[in-house]
Design a protein around this ligand. Structure first.
Ligand code: MOS
Length: 698
């Protein structure tokens, strides 16, 4: 069982400025590509220009004569790696090209410019093979996998969906599509690596250096204790840095091959092919309800795609197992392996995609039953998690919907679509729910008390822009019952005690638990200490492997509700979000400043998903077309006029000592549906394919 949350100390919930704020805005915070050891060389990778086939020749000799070029690595001469668990890391190991953009060579030179020029000039010959880049929908090789991402069973059935749907009073049967979406962190993936004898040191941009350290040790057959991976500052990840990526393997290879430090910063235009993406989905949602809008039958069928390198199945049907009353339910995933880049995690994988479709379908059900969309959701609140039958540890969706409606001014809403017109402008409002699971993992941490009254907390947590350093200091200060400024937090290196990644919105809960325990134990020791603290101080180590890995008898999720107001230009088809307001219930909020930043960041990304972010896979070339920020449109300030994130105070005794859920991902969940539902309310036409770009509106 989980310990109940301790009463909050003065630091928990305080509006504390980020500890690294000044370093970041003054440029003294150094990122992976900003370390330049003496003698450092620069590497540029070469992506395949065919969608499938074999490399038959690498004309390395031609570029080795170019200025500053030190080495050309390919499958012909690259160091042999151990077998990786993640096959996307087996770079330059054989002549196979599994998709366009797969790395087939690496050029190492004295400057980034010379490396890039030589990489561009490198002639590679291929034996191309016929490729199949989709589309996935209706593909003859579609199959039902064992599991979807996150270990969820691909198929779940309860009751008799077909019979219940057939006899329901009201029906919704709609199919929604999402294109692939791409992770574009401000800081593209980068690594700087060097070997000192048998010791490997790497600065790598990632969401968890413990895993990167472990994987590199395996691949390069060195003991873990001889590998150090640091990620002191990371300019965003969104899941694309949750696992080691090819750049770190290539940089380490090149450093071994040349005997020099090597730096490798991926160009942004490479990211879509090599760091994962949100897989495109086709989602059919069927809901059968009684005349009062109470759901009897619900089916969510997801079709998606993966690569031939690795099976990754976007778990978009999973939130339908959590959200609403549904005595008869079927949720399924089907996938096809194509000659395309490998999809992976992107902020709220599964929930972001699936809740777009489910919450758009709920809006269609509201229209079909004549019920207000908030009221419809309230009528379908389950008293237990529908899929598992487990009680919720806490579920405040209803509270989020009610509070959001109040803050937004929902009660005056005219439900009729397409009637609010002023000149060429149509306006509308929409609502959608949000959910994200509470995840937590085992972590270790140490806490140290020095004789001068200061404290040091150490663990390999990663601050990917979230404010982790700051929040961990707050947790430590309260557990120590010490002033916040007496606590120093050291994170961001695998030389520190092992800790899990910044992913699955689990960082604060996982790391914080270990920090809380180490600091509580230390405070206890200090209280019972007889005599003065020894000159070397006192250090305690905590490990939460026992508790944090345990199954809970409770269904544990964060919930939220988004309310959007949009304006649609009937002449140009342009959609503008005028207001977006979210209310969340995510356990105890430990720092309102960094929490708000996480939530509105997610909501902004949701606006992108709804309106501007779209990706085209050219099935002839096997290549994603939009590979830069000029063509892949991430929302900018002008796209986001008013954004409000609120939260309910939620006391949940079944989580961890801080009482925290996660807030990194829930902000993006349901946002696109709220916007799309508002667009329907504005124009009166149901558009089911995102993004809602002007061409689709007209
Ligand atoms: Mo998140 S997609 O778990 O970084």
């Amino acid at each position: 069982m989980c310990p109940p949350p301790t009463p909050p100390g003065p630091a928990a919930g305080a509006d504390v400025e980020r500890r690294d704020a000044r370093h970041k805005v003054t440029g003294t915070a150094r990122y992976a590509a900003e370390h330049t050891p003496p003698g450092c060389l620069h590497a540029a990778p070469v992506p395949a220009t065919v969608a499938r086939g074999r490399v038959t020749a690498v004309h390395a000799d031609e570029v080795l004569r170019l200025p500053g070029v030190h080495a050309v690595l390919s499958h012909e001469n690259a160091p042999r790696l151990g077998e990786p668990d993640d096959p996307t890391l087996a770079v330059l190991q054989n002549d196979r090209v599994p998709h366009r953009g797969w790395y087939v060579a690496l050029v190492v030179a004295d400057t980034p410019e010379n490396a890039r020029a030589a990489a561009d000039a490198l002639r590679i010959e291929y034996a191309p093979e016929e490729h199949d880049a989709g589309p996935a929908d209706g593909h003859p090789r579609l199959y039902t996998p064992e599991e979807a991402n996150g270990g969820h069973p691909a198929v779940r059935e309860r009751g008799d969906f077909d019979a219940a749907f057939a006899t329901a009073a009201v029906h919704v049967d709609a199919t929604y599509t999402l294109t692939a979406l791409h992770n574009h962190p401000m800081e593209p993936h980068a690594s700087t690596a060097w070997w000192t004898g048998g010791d490997l040191t790497v600065h790598d941009s990632n969401q968890g250096s413990t895993t990167v350290r472990n994987v590199l040790a395996e691949l390069f057959a060195v003991p873990r204790e001889r590998v150090t991976v640091a990620a002191a500052h990371v300019g965003g990840g969104f899941g694309s840095k949750g696992t080691p990526r090819p750049q770190v393997v290539l940089a380490v290879m090149a450093a071994r091959h040349t005997g020099r430090p090597v730096k490798l910063a991926l160009p942004r235009r490479h990211l879509p092919a090599v760091v994962g993406h949100r897989a495109p989905t086709v989602q059919r949602v069927r809901i059968g309800a009684d005349a009062h809008g109470v759901i009897r039958a619900l089916a969510h069928d997801v079709t998606t795609q993966t690569s031939t390198v690795k099976e990754f199945v976007e778990q978009a049907a999973v939130p339908a197992r959590v959200m609403y009353t549904s005595p008869h339910s079927r949720t399924t995933h089907r996938v096809v392996a194509l000659d395309v880049p490998t999809p992976s995690w992107m902020r709220a994988p599964g929930e972001a995609s699936g809740m777009y479709a489910l919450e758009a379908a709920m809006d269609e059900l509201a229209a079909a039953t004549g019920l207000d969309p908030v009221e419809l959701r309230l009528r379908n609140e389950p008293d237990r998690e529908p899929d598992s039958g487990r009680p919720f540890s806490s579920r405040n969706l209803a509270g989020c919907l009610r509070e959001g409606a109040r803050l937004f001014g929902w009660e005056d809403r005219d439900p009729r679509p397409g009637v609010r017109r002023s000149g060429d402008r149509l306006t509308g409002t929409g609502v959608a729910s949000a959910t994200y699971p509470y995840l937590v993992g085992p972590s270790t941490a140490t806490a140290h008390a020095a004789p001068d009254g200061t404290h040091v907390v150490r663990l390999n947590a990663t601050d990917i822009g979230t404010g982790a350093r700051t929040v961990l200091a707050q947790i430590a200060a309260d557990a120590l019952r010490a002033p916040l400024d007496s606590v120093r937090v050291e994170i961001g290196s695998s030389a520190l005690p092992d800790a899990p990644l910044a992913g699955g919105s689990s960082g604060t809960s996982s790391w914080g638990w270990a920090v809380h325990r180490a600091c509580t134990t230390l405070a206890e020791r200090l209280r019972t200490l007889t005599g003065p603290l020894p000159p070397e101080g006192l250090t305690v180590r905590a490990d939460t492997a026992q508790e944090a890995g345990k199954e809970s008898p409770y269904a544990r999720h964060a919930f939220g509700a988004h309310f959007a107001e949009v304006e649609v230009d009937a002449v140009t088809g342009e959609v503008r979000v005028r207001r977006l307001l979210g209310v969340f219930a995510a356990g105890r909020i430990l720092n309102p400043r960094t929490a708000r930043s996480q939530l509105i960041g997610g909501m902004t990304m949701g606006i992108g998903m709804a309106l501007t972010e779209g990706s085209t896979l050219d099935t002839r070339s096997g290549e994603f077309v939009e590979r830069d920020l000029a063509s892949y449109h991430v929302p900018v300030n002008a796209d986001v006029p008013s954004l409000e994130a609120h939260w309910l105070d939620e006391e949940d005794p079944h989580l961890n000592p801080m009482g925290s859920k996660g807030i990194g991902e829930i902000g993006i969940v349901g946002t696109a549906a709220a916007v799309a539902n508002a667009v329907h309310h504005a124009v009166g036409v149901r558009l089911r394919d995102l993004p809602l770009t002007p061409d689709r509106l007209l």
